[in-house]
Design a protein around this ligand. Structure first.
Ligand code: NAD
Length: 267
């Protein structure tokens, strides 16, 4: 048996709830951490969604409790993380799921939408890293922080420029916080999903390259949650400052296609 080192650990997931028409990264990440033996403080802006994921974890035999807060507000985030740490009796694992794209042409985005998108996808992550980090530093026992970035932080984010810029910022924050927190034994990493879309859990195994984007197949929410689990676990105890891309290979496509006839001519 491989030990993930998460049994009995204390975890916070920010944005733990599930909106059915969305991917469910908070839900699957929370379920994974609870299944690995961690108690999960499930933070969400929506009380019903926070309670629903807590009930789902408990129904599966895990331990969890809800914390209600708008994590885009610094004061609310400070209060919620303190409440979570108090309820858990300390903290070992911190996961930030929150983020959402806005859509427009680059030449049409309003300054107001730019500001709200940066707030939701970048400033909010900075708040989480700083506030969760303070508790981990004060506790003095190390720990792990993971945030969801996006492939849009690595490649062009066509028609969602502020989101791509914010997610590139998350990739930068992951490196900087990892650098500064390393001396406290705190690891900071990111997970960059490809296009999961609105839940594709029923996608069958064994059907690869079904579209021109993903050489393998599009990632599912549980693929993202598995990356979150790995980076939060003892298996990743010497990994920090990294953002793990989980995109079915979408961003590694070659710059040209080569058919067999062309290849034969070159061999
Ligand atoms: N789905 C994809 O294809 C994809 C691709 C790349 C990156 N991502 C990233 O995944 C994350 C979102 O995953 P999702 O769509 O499964 O989550 P989601 O948008 O469904 O949100 C999960 C939970 O977060 C809560 N939440 C939202 N704003 C909050 C706030 N201010 N305070 C507290 N709680 C809040 C919601 O109520 C919800 O229950 C984002 O960071 C997004 O950028 C998703």
């Amino acid at each position: 048996m491989i030990d993930l080192g998460l049994n009995g650990k204390r975890a916070i997931v920010s944005g733990a709830g599930y909106i059915p028409e969305r991917a469910g990264h908070g839900r699957f990440s929370s379920l994974n951490l609870a299944a690995a033996g961690a108690t999960v403080a499930c933070i969400d802006i929506d009380e019903g969604r926070a309670k629903a994921i807590v009930e789902e974890i408990q129904a599966a035999g895990g331990n969890a409790f809800p914390v209600i807060a708008d994590m885009e507000s610094y004061a609310e985030a400070e209060r919620a993380i303190a409440e979570a740490v108090h309820g858990l009796g300390g903290v070992d694992v911190c996961v930030d799921i929150i983020g959402e794209a806005t859509w427009d042409r680059a030449e049409d985005f309003s300054p107001a939408v730019w500001d709200t998108t940066i707030q939701r996808n970048l400033s909010q992550v900075f708040y989480f890293f700083q506030l969760a980090g303070r508790h981990l530093i004060a506790q003095g026992t190390g720990g792990s922080i993971v945030a969801l970035a996006s492939v849009d932080g690595f490649v062009a984010a066509a028609q969602h420029a502020p989101y791509g810029a914010a997610k590139a910022g998350v990739v930068s924050l992951v490196k900087t916080f990892a650098h500064e927190f390393g001396k406290h034994g705190i690891r900071v990493n990111g997970v960059a999903p490809g296009n999961v879309g609105s839940g594709n859990e029923d996608q069958p195994e064994g059907e690869y390259a079904v579209n021109g984007v993903n050489p393998l197949a599009a990632p599912r929410a549980h693929d993202i949650a598995n990356a979150v689990l790995f980076l939060s676990s003892a298996l990743a105890e010497r990994i920090t400052g990294q953002t793990l891309v989980v995109d079915g290979g979408a961003t590694i496509k070659a710059m040209w296609e080569m058919d067999d006839a062309t290849l034969e001519g070159l061999r």
